[in-house]
Design a protein around this ligand. Structure first.
Ligand SMILES: Cc1cc2nc3c(=O)[nH]c(=O)nc-3n(C[C@H](O)[C@H](O)[C@H](O)COP(=O)(O)O)c2cc1C
Length: 245
């Protein structure tokens, strides 16, 4: 830690309070280095089993920006953005990612137990393929759900094991990277807006993505204009959403 805890807490509080969904960006003030830095930080976000089933597409050429904004329904935030980042979930890359993890573990850790007595090598070499390998008809997923249900009768068991579950897993991790990116942009004196109002078919085509890639969200980037904040923040009271158990 390079600052004391109090300073760190105050800095983070300030970042969280400052981040807003910005719908109008300043046309005259922008530093793309903020995006470069923030992408490097987003890349450090946690991901399920460290599988990193995500990709970040940096859209900054005027033609592509225009097209992307059209596919985001011409929203104010996309029309005025200085750059846009498309966060893409890639559940289909599981084989490559499991292998990268396997190779990393082999080089750096050997075959030591890492996950509840299971060696990290068998985790990435056997368990991940078993979990992520799903067929288009969902037959494997159905069998896995049945097996999980039977095992679950006797002991706690992970139930999210079919193809849809795996897609959700990839989106959860991608969204954590997205949030890391947005908070970092504030730390760099910039602003963002997450966008999910888009035509995913057209956005995928624009980015030349394969069929199984999925758009997680588009993030607009820039520096806010005062009128780019649409109003005071609204949140459901904390005591209505936090439940001490
Ligand atoms: C997944 C997601 C999708 C969103 N999609 C849009 C969008 O398409 N257009 C938009 O203007 N804002 C969008 N927002 C921004 C929210 O409306 C905004 O975060 C919310 O109103 C809370 O405001 P705040 O971020 O300023 O605290 C999205 C936010 C999230 C998390």
């Amino acid at each position: 830690m390079i600052v004391d805890e109090k300073t760190q807490s105050e800095c983070f509080e300030n970042i969280v309070q400052t981040r807003r969904a910005v719908r109008k960006f300043n046309p005259d003030d922008y530093n793309p280095d903020a995006v470069t830095k923030s992408l490097a930080r987003a890349h450090l976000a946690p991901s399920s089993s460290n599988m990193q089933l995500w990709e970040f597409y940096r859209v900054s050429s005027p033609n592509k920006m225009k097209e992307l904004s059209r596919y985001c329904m011409g929203q104010n935030t996309t029309e005025t953005a200085r750059e846009m980042i498309v966060i893409v979930a890639r559940p289909d890359l599981w084989r490559q990612r499991a292998k990268s993890n396997y190779d990393f573990v082999k080089t750096n850790l050997g075959d030591r137990p890492a996950f509840k007595g299971r060696s990290a090598l068998s985790y990435y070499g056997k368990l991940m393929p078993m979990l992520y390998n799903n067929d288009i008809l969902g037959i494997r997923g159905g069998i896995k759900m049945l097996v999980a249900w039977v095992i679950g009768l006797k002991r706690p068991m992970v139930r999210q094991v079919n193809g849809t579950d795996i897609r959700i897993v990839a989106h959860k991790s991608a969204a954590l990277a997205a949030q890391t990116f947005m908070l970092s942009m504030v730390a760099e004196g910039h602003d963002t807006c997450p966008v999910e109002g888009f035509d995913s078919v057209r956005v995928k085509k624009l980015l030349q993505l394969p069929r199984k890639a999925e758009i997680n969200m588009v993030i607009t980037c820039g520096k806010r204009m005062p009128e780019g904040i649409y109003g005071p923040r609204f949140r459901i009271p904390l005591d209505e959403v936090v439940f001490p158990i």
